[in-house]
Write a protein that binds this ligand. Structure first.
Ligand SMILES: C[C@H](O)[C@H](O)CC(=O)C(=O)O
Ligand SMILES: [Mg+2]
Length: 394
């Protein structure tokens, strides 16, 4: 078993939610008037799908060992990522020992460095990496969390991201993160409305419930600083991804400029130890938020999180479903996790990567017990009744 070799790798594309959680139908809160860097263009103001936030779809990677055991993972990247997996990365996987995850990662990263380093290519690498961890866990009959050190606590506590923190509070979550709905193009009036909405939500949830704002890269430093100061009166816990992920200097300034006690968070669109090193060494934020399916996979996340730990920073992964849960439960500097509310009105808990995974655990009373993760690999199955396309089948 320890010497199992990988005999095949397959890349599929899926549409309709799941790992590409922005790929939702009309009327979903996640596509309703959210501030974005594209808000300055009237044609793309109302809906993120209008500018193609869901253009890629979900990538499914399957790896098969010589005894027939199959590991898999899902992430975003769709057809172009499937091309990279089948046409480029596959050569570093087929024929290798299933336990040679570090070697495979290194070869995938450095072989694509001339056109990769971040974004789509690292999503593809992450998908392969997570499928390899799933395969190894299934071969060893061990959960992934047990292979990276085991749980340091009995349960994971969650905050909820969605349009209704008031409902999230009733469901037992420890906080609620709302999308910012007004962009700089809407001027002072927009900012005033955003603050009024925050004040109203504070009224509804009471003084102690965490409230956060996710700005999805929509702001500039001046606007973000003014928003943070106006929001402080209503107990905003953190301001997230306020400016462009490339603007490390802006984040450094923002972190110094926000009111005392307010946290600056970012990193869901950052990748690899080198990207996070910039955020950490330049003191850009208080919490880093790597997405496990986008930052380089679990192999890279372990390095990113060790670096964050040495800088005294928390790692609260963005979304990522089970790929986050198996990590969070093993790390002291990851004391809680995000749960993205995928119900269209954010009024009930549905699995984050619904409908793609079977057996995906969901928070009950805002918590998932560590024991719920005690299944081989990442502990979930792919729903094979879905319309899996394999565009680059050899
Ligand atoms: C709600 C945000 O705009 C985005 O869709 C998700 C995100 O950034 C997060 O969960 O964090
Ligand atoms: Mg975010």
């Amino acid at each position: 078993m320890a010497s199992a070799r990988i005999v095949d790798i397959r890349a599929f594309v899926l549409r309709g939610g799941g790992a590409d959680y922005h790929d939702q139908s009309d009327g979903h809160w996640i596509d309703d008037n959210i501030a974005t860097p594209m808000s300055r263009y009237p044609a793309y103001r109302k809906s993120r799908r209008s500018f193609g936030i869901n253009a890629l779809g979900t990538l499914v990677v399957e790896v098969e060992a010589d005894d027939g055991t199959i590991g898999f993972a899902v992430t975003t990247g769709g057809e172009p990522a499937a091309y990279i997996v089948e046409k480029h990365l596959s050569r570093f996987v087929i024929g290798q020992k299933a336990s040679d995850i570090e070697l495979i990662w290194d070869q995938m990263y450095f072989a694509t460095q001339y056109y990769g380093r971040k974004g789509l290519v690292v999503n593809a690498i992450s998908g392969v990496d997570l499928a390899l961890w799933d395969l190894l866990g299934r071969l060893r009959q061990e959960p992934v969390h047990a292979m990276i050190g085991g749980p340091v606590r009995d349960e994971i506590q969650f905050y909820a991201t969605g349009a209704r923190p008031d409902l999230a509070k009733e469901m037992g979550f420890i906080g609620g993160k709302m999308p910012l709905r007004y962009a700089p193009v809407e001027g002072n009036e927009g900012m005033n409305q955003a603050i009024a909405d925050l004040a109203e939500m504070r009224e509804r949830v009471g003084p102690d419930f965490w409230l956060m704002l996710d700005c999805w890269m929509a702001l500039d430093l001046d606007y973000a600083t003014r928003l943070a100061h106006a929001a402080a009166a209503h107990g905003l816990k953190w301001i997230e991804e306020a400016i462009s992920p490339d603007d490390y200097w802006g984040y450094q300034s923002l972190k110094k400029a926000v009111p005392p006690g307010m946290l600056v968070t970012t990193g869901e669109h950052e990748a690899t130890r080198w990207g996070f090193r910039m955020l950490l060494e330049m003191e850009c934020c208080d919490i880093i938020q790597p997405d496990v399916g986008w930052c380089g996979g679990l192999t890279e996340l372990l390095k990113i999180s060790a670096l964050a730990d040495a800088h005294g920073k928390l790692v609260i992964p963005h979304g990522s479903s089970v790929y986050s849960y198996h990590f969070v439960v093993t790390r002291h500097n990851s004391p809680f996790a995000e749960f993205l509310m995928m119900a269209p009105k954010a009024d009930e808990v549905v699995p984050m990567f619904s409908p793609q995974l079977q057996g995906e655990p969901v928070p009950q009373n805002g918590r998932i017990a560590a024991s719920a993760l005690d299944k081989p690999g990442f502990g979930v199955e792919l729903d094979r009744s879905l319309d899996l396309a394999r565009p680059y089948k050899p």
